[in-house]
Design a binder for this molecule. Structure first.
Ligand SMILES: Cc1ncc(COP(=O)(O)O)c(C=O)c1O
Length: 376
């Protein structure tokens, strides 16, 4: 393997609900959700059944034939998300969703510039990495002068840039994840919607990490009661099966061949995504995320040794004094709890939306212990 990932010496071989297990049967509490991917819990019986039945029937055929599973998924997504009039384009990952959203915006406006925000992460493919604020992962090939970054929340800078009417789109995360859980103000998002409309700029909401019910609304930007022109999603959409999507407002026109992908929207991906949405709706997981998340946030802010508790629902960040990597390592290896990191001192919590108060109690007990212990 090309060694680009720092690894824990742990190999989960089985998952069940909010836990994963290694080959020796050791149980790990999963407050990382495989990086916000595990939305309805590991090996949910309805998901297992839907995917197994579909692969036994037909797993794949190309996008040159009808596939009613796609339409059913689009109808369910529109109804569950409240984006009733948008259309759906299906892809395979978050980066690909953002690539296509930018392309649609650029085709539509005829403009080539994109405005993005400090700390943004939108993926690692060519266009997505250009609008990502991290020069370390941007190769010389990817660097162009078509992207401007402005500080998150700085409306004057946004207004100044968009007044030039040279931007096809503004791209913004519903909540910045990789930057360590930075929540944009509702008022800022509302003003952003206004100024994009005034300047003929498309608004792209990247909900790849913050979407699919994680924050207590279906998409995080819906806390601000705004509607975007383009909404991108992936991660929780297939609960581990690779699938992404772009919700596209009705004023964008499609033409044959405008966008395309071999694997996007295949039968197996649609079956996985359909069962995720069905479970989210039937088990009321969006309101569970809000309820359990509120309690998790409240209890976290009472723990000594942690600060700046922030986030919404089950997308939570907080800071520890020690390097977060050391605390997280102890959490995994000694207390058997998976968490996420961001930057030097931030820990991220991104559990499955099925999480219950008993899991919260277990996680917080482990966290208290891990914070007070030193290495050894
Ligand atoms: C907000 C956001 N956008 C896009 C991506 C890229 O998604 P993928 O890794 O599926 O390409 C990520 C991944 O972490 C993300 O957090």
């Amino acid at each position: 393997m090309f060694p680009v990932y720092p690894l824990y010496p742990v190999e989960p071989v089985r998952g069940e609900g909010n836990y994963v297990f290694d080959a020796a049967g050791t149980r790990y509490l999963d407050f990382y959700g495989g990086h916000a991917v595990i939305s309805i819990g590991h090996a949910h019986p309805r998901y297992v059944q839907a995917v197994s039945e579909q692969v036994a029937r037909i797993g794949f055929y190309s996008n040159s034939v009808e596939n009613s599973l796609q339409q059913r998924l689009a109808d369910t997504l529109r109804s569950v998300s409240g984006y009733k009039d948008h259309k759906l384009f299906l892809v395979n990952s978050g980066a690909e969703a953002n690539e296509n959203a930018i392309k649609v915006a650029s085709f539509h406006t005829g403009r080539e510039r994109v405005l993005a925000f400090s700390g943004a992460f939108h993926g690692r493919t060519s266009g997505a990495v250009e609008v990502t604020d991290n020069p370390r992962i941007n190769s010389p090939f990817n660097r162009t002068d078509k992207v401007t970054f402005v500080p998150l929340g700085n409306l004057d800078a946004v207004r100044r840039e968009l007044a030039t009417e040279t931007y096809c789109a503004v791209i913004i995360e519903g909540i910045q994840g990789v930057a360590g859980i930075q929540v944009p103000d509702n008022a800022f998002l509302q003003a952003l919607r206004e100024v994009t409309l005034q300047t003929g700029t498309c608004l792209i909401l990247d909900e790849v990490q913050s979407g699919y019910g994680r924050t207590g609304r279906f998409f995080a930007h819906q806390h601000a009661e705004i509607e975007a022109d383009l909404v991108t999603m992936a991660k929780g959409m297939g609960c581990g099966f690779p699938i992404g999507g772009v919700l596209i407002a009705p004023h964008f026109e499609a033409w044959p061949g405008m966008l395309g992908t071999t694997f996007g929207g295949n039968h197996l991906a649609c079956a996985a995504a359909q069962s995720v949405l069905d479970v989210i709706a039937d088990e009321q997981l969006v309101s569970n995320a809000a309820k359990v998340g509120d309690e998790l946030l409240r209890q976290l802010s009472q723990i000594e040794g942690i600060s700046n508790v922030r986030g919404r629902g089950l997308m939570i960040g907080f800071d520890v004094e020690e390097p977060a990597s050391q605390v997280r390592r102890r959490l995994v290896l000694k207390h058997h709890v998976f968490t996420g990191g961001a930057g030097t001192h931030t820990i991220r919590l991104l559990p499955a939306l099925t999480v219950q108060q008993a899991h919260v109690d277990e996680c917080l007990e482990a966290l208290r212990r891990a914070i007070y212990e030193t290495e050894n």
